[in-house]
Design a protein around this ligand. Structure first.
Ligand code: PHE
Length: 439
C-alpha cells in the first residue's frame, strides 16, 4: 500500500460518478417493472420511505467509511476496524461487497447486452409498426439465443473493462463527465416526448394511487432491496468512490444530491415509460419485459418512434455503463492495493464476470438467483453492517468531524443508523425472506 490514494478532480466528479453508479438499469428497467408488478402507488410510497429513512443515512455512512478509510473497501474497513480497536473480521463487509458487485455484474451485463441490441434495432427502425406480439417474439428470440446474448454481453463487458482499465481519474472520471450530461439531456427529451404523446393521466394515476392492500411482505422486501440496489449501497461501490472524494467536500450535501437525482430519475423514467405504454393500450405489469416488449412496441406505433426509441435505449445503455464500472471497481481497487497491476486485475475480474454472465445466459434460474441474493439479502445486510459500524463502533468524535450538519440533524442521522435502519431492515428482511422462500 505504498502508492498514495488517487482523488477525483473535484466534488462534482464524485457527484457525477456516484450518480452514474446509482442511476442505472435499476432506475429505468427494474423500477418501472417492479412498480408494475406490485401494483403502483403503495409500492412507490414505501420505496420512497426506504430511500429517505434508510438509504440516505446509509449512503452518508458508506461515503464516510470510504473517505476515512482512504482505500479500497476491504482495506478501508480493515483500517477503520484497527483504528477503532474492533475485530478484523469486519473486513468481511468489504469482501462480501466485492463479491456482491461481481455477482450483480454477472446478470447486469447480460441485461445491458439486451439494451445494446435494442439500441441498434430501434435506431435502424426494426420496430416501426411492429405489434407487441412481434416485439415480444423478438425479445423471446433474443433471450432464447445463447449466441446473440453472448455477443452483446461480451461487447458491453469490454466497454466496461476499457473504462475501468483507464483508472479512476482518466477512465471513470472522464467517462462520467462526458456521459452523465448526455444522459440528463436525453431523459428530458424523452420526458417531453412522453408528455406530448403519451397518456400522462393514466400513468400518474397508476404510479401515485395508493392502495395499501397490495403491499404484502414480498413487495416490502422488494422495495427495500431496491432502495439499496438503486442507490448502489451496501457493497462498497459508494465506499470506493467516497475514498476518492476530496477531504473538504461535504458528505451530507453530496449524498443528498446523489440520492435526490437517483430518485428523480427513477420517477422521471416511470413518468416517461408508463404514459407511452398506457397510450398504446398495453399492460404496466409486464415484468422484466416491460422495457423490452411494451415500450418498443409503443414506440413503433408512434411518430418519430425510431428516433425516440433509439434515444431511449442509448440513454439506458449509458446509465448501465456508468453503473457497471462502479460494480467492478471495488474488486479492482482491492486487487490493485494488494499489489496487482490494474490491467491484470481488470483482466482477471473481467474473465470471472464474463463466465458468470455465460451462466446467467445459460440458465434463467442462475440469473434470478444472482439478482435475488444480491438485492434482497447481500446489499441490505451490508447496509445494516455499515450503519452499525459507523454509528456504534467508530469513535464518535471522528464521525462527528466528518459530517457537516447541525447537531440536531446529526442526532437524527445517528439514531436512524443506530436503530431505525438495523431494525427496519431486519424485520423486512426476515419477513420477506420467509415469504419469498415459501413461494
Ligand atoms: N444502482 C445501480 C442501478 O440502479 C446498480 C448498482 C448496484 C450499481 C450496486 C452499483 C452497485 O442500476
Amino acid at each position: 500500500m505504498s502508492q498514495s490514494h488517487v482523488s477525483w478532480k473535484s466534488r462534482w466528479t464524485f457527484i457525477l460518478a456516484a450518480t452514474g453508479s446509482a442511476v442505472g438499469l435499476g432506475n429505468i428497467w427494474k423500477f418501472p417493472y417492479i412498480t408494475g408488478e406490485y401494483g403502483g402507488g403503495a409500492f412507490v410510497l414505501f420505496y420512497l420511505f426506504c430511500i429517505v429513512l434508510i438509504g440516505l443515512p446509509v449512503m452518508m455512512a458508506e461515503i464516510l467509511m470510504g473517505r476515512a478509510g482512504n482505500s479500497d473497501p476491504v482495506h478501508s474497513v480493515l483500517k477503520l476496524a484497527e483504528e477503532n480497536k474492533r475485530s478484523k473480521t469486519w473486513s468481511i463487509v468489504g469482501i462480501a461487497g466485492v463479491c456482491a458487485g461481481l455477482m450483480i455484474l454477472m446478470f447486469y451485463s447480460v441485461v445491458a447486452g439486451w439494451v445494446m441490441e435494442y439500441m441498434y434495432q430501434s435506431a435502424s427502425g426494426a420496430y416501426s409498426g411492429a405489434t407487441a406480439e412481434q416485439v415480444g417474439a423478438n425479445f423471446k428470440g433474443l433471450t432464447d439465443s445463447f449466441g446473440r446474448q453472448l455477443m452483446w454481453h461480451s461487447i458491453f463487458l469490454l466497454f466496461t473493462l476499457a473504462v475501468v482499465a483507464g483508472g479512476v481519474t482518466k477512465g471513470i472520471g472522464k467517462t462520467v463527465e462526458v456521459l452523465m450530461p448526455i444522459l440528463f439531456l436525453f431523459l428530458l427529451v424523452l420526458l417531453g416526448y412522453s408528455f406530448a404523446k403519451g397518456d400522462v393521466a393514466a400513468a400518474a394515476n397508476f404510479m401515485w394511487q395508493v392502495d395499501f392492500s397490495k403491499l404484502n411482505q414480498d413487495a416490502m422486501l422488494t422495495a427495500m432491496g431496491h432502495a439499496f440496489f438503486t442507490l448502489s449501497l451496501g457493497m462498497g461501490s459508494i465506499m470506493a468512490y467516497g475514498s476518492y472524494m476530496p477531504k473538504d467536500a461535504s458528505i451530507s450535501k453530496t449524498a443528498f444530491t446523489v440520492a435526490a437525482l437517483d430518485t428523480l430519475i427513477a420517477i422521471i423514467a416511470g413518468m416517461a415509460i408508463f404514459p407511452i405504454v398506457f397510450a398504446n393500450g398495453l399492460e404496466p405489469g409486464a415484468g422484466p419485459g416491460l422495457m423490452f416488449v411494451s415500450l418498443p412496441a409503443a414506440f413503433g406505433q408512434m411518430p418519430g418512434g425510431a428516433l425516440f426509441g433509439g434515444i431511449f435505449f442509448t440513454l439506458v445503455g449509458i446509465a448501465a455503463l456508468s453503473s457497471a464500472i462502479s460494480l467492478i471497481e471495488p474488486g479492482i481497487a482491492w486487487m490493485e492495493k494488494s499489489g496487482i497491476h490494474r490491467l491484470a486485475a481488470t483482466g482477471a475480474l473481467g474473465v470471472l464476470v464474463w463466465l458468470g454472465g455465460l451462466a446467467s445466459i445459460h440458465s434463467g434460474e442462475i440469473f434470478d438467483l444472482l439478482d435475488n441474493i444480491t438485492a434482497k439479502i447481500m446489499l441490505p445486510l451490508g447496509g445494516i453492517l455499515i450503519a452499525v459500524f459507523v454509528s456504534w463502533l467508530m469513535k464518535q468524535d471522528t464521525v462527528r468531524q466528518q459530517v457537516d450538519i447541525s447537531d440536531g440533524l446529526y442526532t437524527v442521522w445517528l439514531w436512524l443508523l443506530r436503530l431505525v435502519a438495523p431494525i427496519a431492515v431486519s424485520i423486512v428482511l426476515i419477513a420477506g425472506l420467509v415469504e419469498w422462500l415459501g413461494k
